[in-house]
Design a protein around this ligand. Structure first.
Ligand code: PGA
Length: 225
């Protein structure tokens, strides 16, 4: 099981150090945290396995506001998220750009969690499978690629997908690509065990509930063997 914390635009370096001092990851679970860029080094120094929240497809160049694979590797970062729905919806990132980011990072031995998921409108229109197929199609096939299924309507809303909805979407994604699939979207200590017990759910990507070391620790323990 892989449990990943997506801190989004939260936690300064000092707050990251405090988290590291308080957080106790259980044995037998692959736990990673994704801090903002300025807190990556503090999280690495705190002894955690650290992923970035995004990575560019070029090692250097005229790409204002981006971060590259060599910059991340120098800090001891082990991987990156790509294609989070907030990147897609608020910053105009595309399926193709997400795939390029994933491909470049994987080729340089970073692990990658590529995020996919439908909006509420797409689900209601019966387009969930078409959207997932479109998002998964350009992604590279690679042993270090993990998919995160994050229905957009469940992110930060407290409206978690039912275990049945998650299982159905994960099974569909696995019919498209041979990769572990994490569930993301309002995962909390009180719903983690049930979601993680679904056969096609291989872990979780946790936003809000990952900011507190106790609640993130409880979710990690729900994934422990
Ligand atoms: P949430 O965020 O757990 O706060 O819903 C999940 C995510 O966006 O990765």
């Amino acid at each position: 099981m892989l449990i990943a914390a997506n801190w989004k635009l939260y936690k300064t370096q000092a707050e990251t150090r405090t988290f590291c001092a308080e957080f106790q990851p259980p044995g037998g679970v692959d736990v990673v945290v994704c801090p903002p860029f300025t807190s990556l080094a503090a999280a690495v120094e705190g002894g955690l396995t650290v992923f970035a929240q995004n990575v560019h497809w070029a090692d250097e160049g005229a790409f204002t506001g981006e971060i590259s694979v060599p910059m991340l590797k120098e800090l001891g970062v082990a991987g990156s998220l790509v294609g989070h729905s907030e990147r897609r919806q608020l910053f105009g990132e595309t399926d193709e750009g997400t795939a390029r980011r994933a491909e470049h990072a994987l080729a340089a031995s970073l692990r990658v969690i590529a995020c996919v998921g439908e909006t509420e409108q797409e689900r209601e229109a019966g387009e969930t499978e078409a959207v997932l197929a479109r998002q998964v199609a350009p992604l590279p096939r690679h042993p270090d690629l993990v998919i995160a299924y994050e229905p957009v309507w469940a992110i930060g809303t407290g409206k978690t997908a039912t275990p049945e909805i998650a299982q159905e979407a994960h099974a569909y994604i696995k019919s498209l690509i041979d990769a572990p699939v994490l569930y993301g979207g309002s995962v909390k200590p009180d719903n983690a065990a049930e979601l993680l017990s679904q056969p096609a759910v291989d872990g979780a990507l946790v936003g809000g509930a990952s900011l507190d070391p106790d609640s993130f620790g409880a979710i990690c323990r729900a994934a422990a063997p």
